[in-house]
Design a protein. Structure first.
Length: 188
């Protein structure tokens, strides 16, 4: 009787360990954690010019805590082509850490996603890609439509490999957000 009881305990313990291992295999952790980004600067340079107009979001203490100290509204000219370059910083560190270069170095793990509402207000074309030919979005071209107002959402998807397997597939689906900001947009 005692032998059956001990055997039951051993089997239950084994089953618990087995099921917990299966659960971890189904949802493994990414190999590279998300970046802390406290500043996003969008630099729009009108085609034919060299001086950009820049718009920023700043949250120096990071997520939570105090609200952002800067969240610019974007104003661009109608029916105009711009080069868009993105600058990312972590201002919670001293000296300030330049995150743009880190994203460039790990571009196989990152994808910027740009969403405009209404859709015809501004369109984006990727200007860079990773070694597998998938888009990144640190630089690209935007084209404004007719005058109007709406929003321009900038999302940086962190798509680090899981279990040594790349998850980035050129779509926003896999991964998590390093940045998810919605700027007010005026095209005039």
């Amino acid at each position: 009787m005692k032998m059956n009881q001990k055997l039951s305990w051993v089997l239950m313990l084994g089953a618990t360990v087995l099921f917990s291992q299966c659960k971890n295999a189904d949802n493994p952790e990414p190999e590279d954690p998300n970046e802390l980004i406290t500043t996003v600067r969008l630099h729009f340079t009108q085609q034919g010019t060299t001086t950009p107009v820049s718009f920023a979001w700043r949250d120096p203490d990071g997520e939570g805590g105090n609200p952002p100290t800067q969240f610019d509204a974007i104003t661009l000219k109608a029916n105009t082509t711009y080069t868009l370059e993105i600058e990312l910083l972590d201002e919670s560190k001293t000296p300030i850490e330049e995150i743009t270069q880190e994203i460039e170095e790990k571009k196989e793990e990152h994808l910027f996603v740009f969403t405009t509402s209404p859709t015809g207000l501004l369109t984006y074309t990727y200007g860079d890609q990773d070694a597998r030919g998938l888009p990144v979005g640190l630089t690209g071209t935007t084209r404004t439509g007719n005058a109007g107002t709406g929003t321009f959402k900038v999302q940086l998807r962190h798509q680090a490999p899981v279990g040594g397997v790349a998850v980035k597939d050129g779509t926003p689906g896999p991964g998590s957000d390093d940045v998810n900001l919605t700027f007010n947009l005026t095209v005039q």
